[in-house]
Structure formats: structure tokens, C-alpha cells
Design a protein around this ligand. Structure first.
Ligand code: ASP
Length: 466
């Protein structure tokens, strides 16, 4: 018999159906056994009566998280027994046939709580069980719906979805790279992408004009509640546009995706602050515009911040300057002249814009430098020698000489956006298989040592850890 989902059963009154899923709870009420059966769509109440002794004895064995398949005819619950909180709360299934598909050991922690009381490492070791809890099921489904809405929106706006390589050259996104040794070219390394920044710019040079990718980015950063080694971003790049065009497109996209998952937005269009204004007003370029009432109601308060300084002082670089956001971000015409003349370096303003929501940075992007001498000058100002510039960025400089269109883009952080929408405080509540705060992967507990033969094949040898 064809299986139906529990959520479909209210439409099948008095029909015989087969449902399958996990035993959520078992309640023995005198002569009756009630089971809440959980599947991906929700929960359905099953009833076992003692008339059929064999069936009843089998039902007595059932324990939480066992996997079963049952058949019976859907009927109304007796008066007064309805549960208005459940989609199937007016009906129940008196079971006529029970098949036990699999047993389960007792889970190492309760699955019917919100899970926040359980120790992180234990939750992540058994993440496949942890994910069975309602809160995480909701978060992951909301995330999927959000990304789908964003994708649909971008396709309607004429964007092309394009994958870029995972094994690549280090991108100067400001973090440490994860390196991957090459077997074919011993002694050399790929880097996992900190973002598809250079590839998406190359795609503009390739003539695609509107690119997006739901991109995984990998950065070896210090781990925090809202920052992991890996994150997902809606990565976007457009040609023949100005700052305002990109901001307007992104605003439409963010509104659509947020409203699709039922979020309320405080102010539309999003307010815009200059970096100086934001620092004066809020003392930070990530700020929260919500009133306490709005915080309680889960409202989203988006805002743009723009006009960031191009360079910041840094003791760590040869020139004493580092970039404040992204070395590829363009400057307005006047500041570009000053840069080329080497004047007022500390006061130069970039065409960078960040999207802030409820105190978190949820996106950032900019108009890009499309002229070789300007990009060269930025790298020189950062203290790179001509040799280093050629070595690290020669490919980008060369590409700019073959008719690069004016272009710009943005990356929206999916994990952070889902965190603000759901009101979660930790990344691990919105990612399926997050790292522990100590940097171990969920369930598999990587990183692990590898066979010395594998290392030898890569031309590597492990020094004894000091
Ligand atoms: N590459 C930047 C980032 O990942 C985003 C961008 O400028 O488009 O933060």
C-alpha cells in the first residue's frame, strides 16, 4: 500500500491509509496504547486496542525512535480529545496492521526539548538525532525555503547560477587559508576559497553580466558563536551597474526571501548610513535599530552602511596600511585620482556597502576596480612589491586589460540571515552539521591523523608535534 504523510491524513477521513515514521512517544492509558508517530510532515496519533491481542503485544514493545509502518482507517478523535496545536489534532488512526521497520537504542539525550540544555559536543556527536528535534527541523526547513525564494528571485531577474572552483588559489579576503596539498605537483598547495571574489569578477569579464551562486566559503578564523570555518553565502555580481542599482536589487531580494519565510521588516526601504554617521550614532558599524518591543516580536531591522575608508592603519604590513574590506573595491572618481597620486591615503572612501540586521553584519559588497593601474596602485599601497603583485594577482591585472565592464556585487551571509530570522544565538542552530566550538566536525570528529602513506604520496612528512 502507498505510504501517505501524516499531514495528509485529515483529508482521508474514514479511508484506509498507510503511514510510516518514528515513535515519538508512547502513552499507555489503561486498555489503550497511544503512539505519536512522527514523520517529516508532522505527528499523528495512533491508537492500539487490546481486541487484537497479537497486535497489542507488538505495540507494547514499541519504544521512542523505533521506526514503524502502520495501516488503519482514519477517524475523528472522540469529543474533547482534540488537540488544536496539531495539524492532525482532530483525527487519529486506529491501527490494524503494524510493521516494525527498525528498533532504536535509547537516544543519549531527550529529543522533545529545544536541546539548548544539552552539552554541545554530545549534541554534535549525535547530530543526526539532535536534528530530529522540532526546533532544528524548523530551522533547516526555513533555511531551505529562504534560499529557494532567493534563487527564484534571482532567476526572475535574469541571473545565471554558476559554480566556481573549490580548489583554487588563495584570495585576499583577510583570513587565513585552508591549504590543500597537491599530489601532482608536490610541494605546492591549493587554497579552499575564502569567497568566489576573483572568479565572479572574471565571470563579469566573461560577459555573463548577472551571476549568482549559493557559495561555500572557507576561512581559518577564530571560532565564535556567529562565525565558523565554513559558511554559505548568496554570492552575486552584476555588470554595467552603480552602487544604488546593486543595493536596490539586493533589497528586493532580501525582502522577498525574508517575507517568504514570514519575517516582519521594520523599515522599507532600508535606511542608509555612512560609516562616519554609524560610528557617531551607534559607536559601531554593526548596530541594532529595534525597539525592545520589536526585539520581542522578532522584527528584522535592516540598514545599509556605506562610504567606508579604503585603507586602515596596520602594524602588520610593510607599508603600514591594510584594506578595510576588500582590495578589489573601487573608489569614487576624486578619491581614485588621490590614490593614483598617493595623496590622503587614510581619508580615501570606497564604494563598499555592508548590510546590517539586528546588530549583525549579514552582507557586504562593492563596486569593483575595473582598471589595471588602479588595482596595481591599491596593492602597492598595501605594501606589495611589483614582483609579489605579479605573482599573486597578475591574472586579475591581465584580465582587466581585455575589456572589463564596470561591475560590482555583494555576498549575503545565509547562516547569519537565518540566525537573525529565527532569533538563534549560535551558528550551530542553523547549520545541519556545524563544528564544535573547539573546531571538530559534527559526528565525524575531523580533523584526524592520516596514514603516513597518504602523506608520503603528497610528498609530505609530519614533524612530531611540539
Ligand atoms: N567577497 C566578499 C566577501 O565574501 C563579498 C563581496 O564583496 O562580494 O565578503
Amino acid at each position: 500500500m502507498q505510504r501517505v504523510l501524516t499531514v495528509e491524513t485529515p483529508q482521508k477521513m474514514r479511508e484506509r491509509v498507510r503511514v510510516a515514521g518514528w515513535v515519538q512517544t508512547r502513552r499507555d492509558h489503561g486498555k489503550l496504547i497511544f503512539i505519536d508517530l512522527r514523520d517529516s510532515s508532522g505527528v499523528l496519533q495512533l491508537v492500539f486496542r487490546p481486541d487484537d491481542a497479537e497486535l497489542y503485544q507488538k505495540a507494547e514493545k514499541l519504544r521512542p525512535e523505533w521506526v514503524i509502518s502502520v495501516e488503519g482507517a482514519v477517524r475523528e478523535r472522540p469529543k474533547g480529545m482534540e488537540n488544536p496545536e496539531l495539524a492532525t489534532g482532530t483525527i487519529e488512526l486506529p491501527v490494524e496492521k503494524l510493521e516494525i521497520l527498525n528498533e532504536s537504542k535509547t537516544p543519549p539525550f531527550p529529543l522533545d526539548s529545544n536541546g539548548l540544555e544539552i552539552e554541545e559536543e554530545l549534541r554534535l556527536k549525535y547530530r543526526y538525532l539532535d536534528l530530529r528535534r522540532e526546533r532544528l527541523q524548523k530551522n533547516m526547513r526555513l533555511r531551505s525555503k529562504f534560499v529557494q525564494a532567493a534563487r527564484d528571485y534571482l532567476f526572475k531577474q535574469g541571473f545565471v547560477e554558476i559554480d566556481t572552483p573549490l580548489l583554487t588559489k588563495s584570495t585576499p579576503e583577510g583570513s587565513r587559508d585552508f591549504l590543500v596539498p597537491s599530489r601532482l605537483h608536490p610541494g605546492t598547495f591549493y587554497a579552499l576559497p575564502q569567497s568566489p571574489q576573483q572568479y565572479k569578477q572574471l565571470l563579469m569579464m566573461a560577459g555573463f553580466e548577472r551571476y549568482f551562486q549559493i557559495a561555500r566559503c572557507v576561512r581559518d578564523e577564530d571560532l565564535r558563536a556567529d562565525r565558523g570555518f565554513e559558511h554559505t553565502q548568496i554570492d552575486i555580481e552584476m555588470s554595467f551597474v552603480e552602487q544604488a542599482d546593486i543595493m536596490a536589487m539586493v533589497e528586493g531580494l532580501v525582502l522577498r526571501a525574508c517575507e517568504t519565510v514570514g519575517a516582519t521588516i521594520k523599515t522599507k526601504p532600508f535606511p542608509v548610513f555612512s560609516h562616519v554617521e554609524a560610528m557617531q550614532k551607534f559607536g559601531d558599524d554593526k548596530f541594532d535599530l529595534r525597539t525592545s518591543g520589536e526585539k520581542e516580536a522578532g522584527t528584522l531591522a535592516f540598514a545599509w552602511v556605506k562610504d567606508f575608508p579604503v585603507f586602515e592603519r596596520s602594524p602588520a604590513t610593510r607599508s603600514g596600511w591594510t584594506y578595510s574590506h576588500n582590495p578589489f573595491t573601487a573608489l569614487g572618481p576624486e578619491d581614485e585620482e588621490k590614490l593614483l597620486d598617493g595623496r590622503d591615503i587614510g581619508a580615501l572612501v570606497s564604494l563598499q556597502y555592508d548590510l546590517v540586521c539586528n546588530g549583525a553584519e549579514v552582507g557586504g559588497g562593492g563596486i569593483r576596480i575595473a582598471k589595471r593601474p588602479v588595482l596595481e596602485k591599491v596593492f602597492e599601497t598595501l605594501g606589495h612589491s611589483k614582483e609579489e603583485i605579479r605573482e599573486l594577482f597578475g591574472h586579475m591585472l591581465e584580465a582587466l586589460e581585455y575589456g572589463a565592464p564596470p561591475h560590482g556585487g555583494i555576498a549575503l551571509g545565509v547562516d547569519r540571515l537565518i540566525m537573525v530570522i529565527t532569533g538563534e544565538k549560535y551558528l550551530r542552530e542553523v547549520q545541519a552539521f556545524p563544528m564544535t566550538s573547539g573546531g571538530k566536525t559534527a559526528v565525524m570528529e575531523a580533523p584526524t591523523e592520516v596514514d603516513p602513506k597518504q602523506l608520503a604520496g603528497l610528498g609530505l612528512e609530519m614533524k612530531k608535534p611540539r
